[in-house]
Design a protein around this ligand. Structure first.
Ligand code: NAD
Length: 397
């Protein structure tokens, strides 16, 4: 079969725009022509473009003129407008996580601690509905860039579920490290909340995905989340937090620790932890306890490679593993971090959907369930952990 060519544009020129570009370069099933980049920060955008031999576009509209797909690599509060603009022009949209959210009431003194989480849930779901309506009216599709779905360990678990017809009884998982690099991350009004949404979305969506796989394998329909109990905390904002310089602590109004207990329609359960208070490098894992097997997905760190380095400075220009505080001593050095994280597999799969119409594993329906679960969790946390039902709407059936 002759490879199809797809013309691509990148929106945003920061951290995620960089790993999207690297993953695009590794696509083998489709010819990808990267047309250019548009970014609000024009200076950063021009440097990004020049470094990669791309054209910089001053407006999103101008970029949309010449592409079939856009990558939305901008802060969460800018996802909906960019994605809807792309879908309205019949483009495919690959949208970073979280799909969307609630970004405050527009007032200068908006503070997440005081925000009414029922209002947040309703506003976030209204945003989801608008994005899904735009997708329904478009020749393009909304693809959800949740890399955990495409992490090789999670896809291997999908194969096990499909081939053994397993019933998942309990999933538990975590994403944690010592704090995001992003300035925007400190403000709920820019990111839709704190660590529960920012990091919790990853293991949560993988859990939601695997229960979908179980359901579609057995009955042809996904098993969806029914209710959530959650707690959130702001440990580094405690007056008594003793800062030794290892953990980021300049958050304005966000949670830096969260736990969600999810009950699915079939009564099975998942527990998801997310935090910004964990030293020792990134900690991303998911464990599946099923009726016929048990799986531990060590996404990062894992023991595919371990190094011992007696002198810190010897490894000065060697990348070891995400968010590690020191390179001295033993480390779980990752020989191929992007691969274990699922970035290249995710892009290969999305471009097969775009070019050849293959089904997408991480689509807008999965993203919508993740947003519904996350904001229900924030409402539960406001109620000190009481179980709250996850809302459904017709467009998310
Ligand atoms: N999947 C992952 O592992 C992962 C990792 C990091 C970030 N992310 C997600 O990627 C997104 C971006 O995060 P980041 O770390 O790249 O942030 P960043 O701050 O590094 O970059 C954001 C970029 O968006 C641009 N921008 C902001 N508003 C814009 C707008 N309205 N139109 C055009 N450009 C705009 C900025 O100029 C900047 O170039 C977030 O949604 C974040 O959650 C995902």
């Amino acid at each position: 079969m002759q490879k199809k060519t797809v013309r691509t544009g990148i929106v945003g020129s920061g951290f995620s725009a960089s790993f999207h570009y690297e993953a695009l370069r590794r696509i083998y099933g489709t010819n990808v022509e990267i047309v250019g980049v548009h970014s609000k920060d024009q200076q950063q955008g021009r440097v990004y473009a020049e470094k990669r031999g791309l054209r910089f576009f001053e407006t999103l509209d101008a970029l949309l003129d010449g592409v079939d797909v856009i990558h939305v690599c901008v802060p969460p509060m800018a996802h909906e407008p960019a994605a809807v603009a792309g879908l309205k022009r019949d483009k495919f949209v690959i949208c970073e996580k979280p799909l969307t959210g609630y970004f405050g009431d527009g007032s200068k003194d908006f503070h997440w601690d005081r925000a009414d989480k029922q209002v947040a849930l309703e506003a976030a779901m209204a945003s989801v509905d608008r994005m899904m309506a735009a997708e329904r009216g478009s020749k393009g599709r909304l693809l959800y860039a949740e890399n955990w779905v495409y992490a090789p360990a999670v896809q291997k678990e999908r194969e096990i579920l499909e081939k053994t017809g397993a019933q998942i009884l309990w999933i538990h998982g975590e994403e944690a490290h010592s704090g995001s690099h992003s300035v925007d991350y400190a403000y709920a009004a820019r990111c839709g909340g704190g660590v529960l949404i920012g990091k919790g979305c990853h293991p949560l969506t993988a859990a939601l995905y695997l229960k979908r796989v179980e359901g579609r394998t057995r009955d042809g329909r996904p098993i969806r989340p029914r209710s959530v109990s959650a707690r959130t905390h702001a440990i580094t904002r405690l007056p008594g937090f003793r800062d030794e310089g290892h953990i980021r602590r300049d958050y304005y109004d966000i949670d830096d620790f969260s736990m969600m207990h999810i009950e699915f329609e079939d009564g099975s359960i998942a527990d998801v932890f997310a935090s910004d208070i964990v030293l020792g490098g990134i900690h991303n894992w998911l464990e599946v306890c099923a009726n016929n097997h048990r799986t531990v997905c060590n996404i990062n760190p894992n023991t595919s490679m371990q190094t011992y380095n007696p002198v810190e400075k010897n490894f000065d220009d060697i990348y070891v593993v995400e968010k590690i505080g020191t390179k001295q001593g033993w480390a779980c050095t990752s020989p191929e971090e992007d691969w274990f994280t699922g970035y290249p597999q995710e892009m290969e799969a999305f471009y097969r959907t775009i070019a050849y119409g293959e089904p997408a594993e991480s689509d807008s329906h999965l993203a919508a369930d993740a947003i519904a679960t996350i904001y229900t969790a924030y409402l539960s946390a406001q109620r000190q952990g009481a179980a709250v039902e996850v809302p459904t709407s017709s467009c998310r059936a």
